[in-house]
Write a protein that binds this ligand. Structure first.
Ligand SMILES: [Zn+2]
Length: 292
């Protein structure tokens, strides 16, 4: 099956990327950073009980990516530079935040041990010997001490102790494992068209199966020239919330070589009207689901 898209069809493009705005910078961006802090705290708490190497930072990255994409959709944030900035800052907060909460816990533990020692000395006097190490003076001092002590790495290949720069390297790799999946998910989400006029993401408004006759009519209207006659297929209509930018249409059928057909065809007003007519009159097309 071969199909060729008409050149005049796919030249119409959506309204373009979202515009920079104060709302995104002053509210949405801090919201993402705040969420990053919350996720860092949750990851720290969970990590005390369950933190398998490689898998745990990947899971944290997935949660971060899913959450950022959901917030982009929910709040109709389509300004790509702001979205990338939010990802970068939120990822830094998630990665550094876990170390910070770990440092805070170490300080609390050190103070508690110091108090207990003090009480023991008050009760037993000189019978109690020994001195406790001073609490870490800051997050960097805490990490330096942990690196000197060594980070245990339990793997299927055996247990290792990463000391010094190896410990720092392992933390850097953990950070990349958080950032990687989150960045991949945001990049994929940003591929979806966004209407800069009404400031909304394109969404599926209508989708469903099509009979052979409807597919044939659409193929002609859209200027496609498949080698075989499709026996039936599926369609999807996408548009922005206000319908102020060109409507996107995707058509597929069995045996279609998708490499030879654009993923989304952009319809002008005339094509849009004719496509809707065909969908309305198609026996199976009328059963297509309207998706709001
Ligand atoms: Zn619009």
């Amino acid at each position: 099956m071969e199909a060729h898209a008409c050149h005049t069809l796919s030249t119409a493009t959506p309204a373009g990327p979202g515009h920079w705005n104060w709302w995104g910078l002053c509210l949405w961006l801090p919201g993402c950073i705040g969420f990053g802090a919350l996720l860092a705290w949750a990851a720290f708490e969970v990590g005390q009980w369950f933190s398998p190497l490689v898998v745990f930072p990947l899971l944290v990255g997935l949660v971060l990516g899913v959450s950022l994409v959901a917030m982009m959709r929910l709040f109709q944030m389509g300004h790509r530079p702001t979205a990338w900035l939010a990802l970068g800052l939120a990822a830094v907060v998630v990665i550094a935040g876990q170390h910070y909460f770990s440092y805070r816990a170490a300080v609390v533990e050190a103070n508690r041990a110091s108090e207990q020692l003090q009480k023991a000395r008050t009760t037993f006097g000189t019978l109690v010997q020994g001195r406790l190490p001073a609490p870490p003076t800051g997050p960097i001092d805490y990490l330096r001490r942990r690196a000197d002590e060594g980070r245990p790495l339990d793997t299927v290949l055996g247990n290792h102790m990463a000391k010094g720069w190896l410990a720092w390297l392992s933390w850097a790799l953990d950070g990349l494992l958080v950032l990687g999946p989150a960045a991949a998910m945001v990049a994929y989400a940003l591929r979806r068209p966004f209407c800069g006029r009404c400031g909304s993401w394109y969404a599926t408004r209508r989708a469903g199966p099509l009979d052979a006759q409807a597919v044939q009519q659409l193929v002609e209207i859209l200027g496609l020239s498949p080698a075989d006659t499709p026996k039936g297929g599926r369609y999807r209509l996408i548009s922005c919330n206000q319908g102020c930018a060109p409507t996107g249409f995707s058509l597929s059928w069995k045996e279609l070589d998708t490499k030879k057909l654009p993923e989304i065809l952009w319809l002008d007003d005339q094509q849009h009207t004719r496509v809707i007519e065909i969908l309305d009159h198609s026996q199976t097309g009328t059963q297509g689901k309207s998706v709001c």
